[in-house]
Design a protein around this ligand. Structure first.
Ligand code: NAP
Length: 286
């Protein structure tokens, strides 16, 4: 949906390529409207080779900031003047804030996936339990960093299909490991870790629309009561991974709440105002 504009709003864009259907414009614009804030959020598809020139044009146009998604979360770092400690640790940014100034201004980068994920599990028992993360991409890295730095989970096992990528993820987070809590596994060998885990996070796109019949862990007998099967996918809101875990007695969570919480952390940086979470949630589930 293209948002009506008065031409006086500050613009926030979603930078990615290709940009399929995204829920972010819907939830940010719902909160801007509910709070009568002069901002508008728009999808802005930019192919990798045009990222630098797109950033220059957005600065010239006085944009407020951006969300960054695949494939730019890492390559955007070269255009940033300052970054949060989380971006340094995780090596990826999903939020840009443009602060114009007399000496050229500053483009600041943050990663709100970490805080968004942790916010969904605040005060829950799952974050103190052994954890298995499926996948070794940007989301897996953000979740692993969040759990290592903010919880006392005894083990964090990252299980993925590409041995080089999973080793590189674990190696790059070794500073936060806290004495052997973090380990890498081939996903084919993850059965015993999944059975022992309290928290199992799907950080792969397996099971996402339209390939909803797939599951990153198609062995439901490894799930049991006492576990939380957390799927970062939010479309569909219930995946095969979640359905099978639930049938085996586990609790489940979809990525929708993380989507809202990471958005709220970005929103506050652009506007200085806490997001109207209820307006955002209602826009997603009218
Ligand atoms: P990414 O960087 O592309 O990483 C995807 C990971 O999944 C890689 O490790 C990839 O392995 C693995 N993978 C892909 N297909 C697989 C398969 N068939 N079997 C096993 N592993 C497979 O993507 P990302 O940014 O981390 O995102 C991952 C998921 O999290 C997506 O569904 C995304 O929508 C979701 N997400 C949700 C939120 C939220 O707010 N809810 C935020 C961020 C991400 P290879 O490296 O071997 O290809």
């Amino acid at each position: 949906m293209s948002e009506a504009s008065t031409g006086r709003e500050r613009i926030v864009v979603l930078l990615g390529h290709p940009l399929g259907h995204s829920l972010s414009p819907l939830l940010h614009n719902a909160s801007f409207r509910a709070q009568n804030l002069p901002f508008v959020y728009r999808p802005h598809p930019v192919p990798p080779e045009d990222l630098g020139s797109a950033i220059r044009k957005l600065k010239d146009a006085g944009f407020a900031g951006a969300n960054v998604t695949v494939p730019h979360k890492r390559s955007i770092l070269q255009y940033l003047d300052a970054v949060s400690d989380i971006v340094t640790a995780v090596g990826a940014a999903n939020t840009l804030v443009w602060k114009p100034g007399p000496s050229g201004g500053e483009l600041y980068g943050d990663n709100t996936d970490v805080g968004g994920f942790l916010a969904t599990l605040q005060n829950s028992p799952w974050i103190e339990m052994p954890c298995v993360i499926l996948g070794s991409g940007g989301a897996a890295r953000a979740v692993a960093y969040g759990i290592l730095t903010s919880t006392s989970a005894p083990f964090v096992t990252v299980a993925a299909r590409n041995p080089d990528r999973v080793q590189s993820l674990v190696g790059s987070l070794s500073n936060y490991d806290g004495g052997g809590r973090l380990r890498a596994l081939d996903i084919a060998d993850a059965g015993p870790s999944i059975r022992d885990a309290g928290l199992i996070v799907n950080a792969t796109p397996v099971g996402m629309h339209p390939r909803v019949d797939a599951s990153p862990w198609p062995r439901p007998s490894d799930f049991h009561p006492g576990q939380l099967a957390y799927d970062l996918i939010y479309n569909p809101s219930e995946t095969r991974f979640m359905r099978e875990a639930q049938r085996a007695g586990a609790q489940t969570m979809s990525g929708l709440e993380m989507l809202i919480q990471q958005a709220a952390l970005s929103y506050r940086q652009w506007t200085g105002t806490p997001m109207n979470i209820e307006a955002a949630r209602t826009a997603l589930n009218p």
